[in-house]
Design a protein around this ligand. Structure first.
Ligand SMILES: [Zn+2]
Length: 252
């Protein structure tokens, strides 16, 4: 999971969302969850809002429309951050929509929406509102996550960030290819091959599991970075290279 910027919706899509929210508001409170579910799955309603929502979410998502939760699977589903069964008035609320892969949406998150015992705030992270780096630490070279806060712990649990072998193994591969990318960038730049260097950066960010690259740069600034990158001193040197950091991080 990486920090994302929420984009503006096409005006016609935004206007239609408001109409459907008003329809739900006007229904008696006990019937709102059923009406929200009915409207969301209605073919006409979906046709009117789905394309605009999906296109805008796809533009916001990491890489080629990757899932905003796991960063790996293709983002095919519009996920309601706060499930519509719990918050029917947020069914057509743009600020409640994220792009998820069907596995995260249907197998992991489903209707789970844990809240803090104190204060009742959401425990899951919305990457368009919060920076996951403050809540989750990538443990290199294992490529598993450690929760730094109750929110980070909840995300690891709900999305299976450490229990899904395909994610952990994928992150290890992403770590290997990210190390190659930064080295390639340095070589290309030193040779004056600037378009090749720019291409290396573009490809690096377009790969699945961009959270690994984000985590590597972040941890290179950690006070215990020498320990975290033990045996990877060359990689740490590249990650701390100011010119390289600017080339890679100006894209995020
Ligand atoms: Zn996912």
């Amino acid at each position: 999971m990486i920090r994302l910027e929420r984009a503006a919706l096409p005006l016609d899509t935004a206007a239609r969302l408001k109409v459907y929210t008003r329809d739900i508001e006007q229904a008696a409170e006990p019937s709102r969850p059923d009406l929200a579910a009915h409207l969301w799955s209605h073919s006409t309603v979906r046709r009117r809002v789905r394309d605009g929502l999906l296109a805008t979410l796809a533009d916001m998502a990491p890489g080629h429309q990757r899932c905003m939760y796991c960063g790996d699977g293709q983002g095919t589903d519009i996920d309601h951050f706060e499930p519509k069964s719990l918050a029917p008035l947020r069914t057509f609320d743009w600020l409640n929509h994220l792009l998820a892969c069907s596995y995260c949406n249907s197998n992991q998150k489903r209707n789970r929406f844990p809240r803090a015992e104190e204060g009742g705030g959401p425990l899951l992270l919305d990457p368009t509102l919060q920076d996951p780096l403050n809540h989750l630490r990538l443990v290199l070279p294992l490529c598993t996550y450690k929760g730094l806060t109750p929110q980070g712990e909840a995300c690891i649990d709900v999305f299976g960030l450490n229990s899904r072998g395909v994610l952990v193994n994928g992150r290890r591969t992403a770590y290997g290819t990210a190390k190659q990318s930064i080295e390639l960038w340095r070589i290309a730049t030193d040779r004056g091959q600037h378009s090749k260097a720019a291409e290396v950066v573009r490809v690096a960010w377009d790969r699945p599991l961009a959270d690994v690259l984000v985590g590597m740069f972040h941890q290179s600034g950690h006070p215990a970075a020498e320990l975290l990158f033990s045996g990877e001193e060359e990689t740490l040197g590249f990650l701390r290279d100011q010119e390289l950091r600017e080339a890679f991080l100006s894209r995020t």
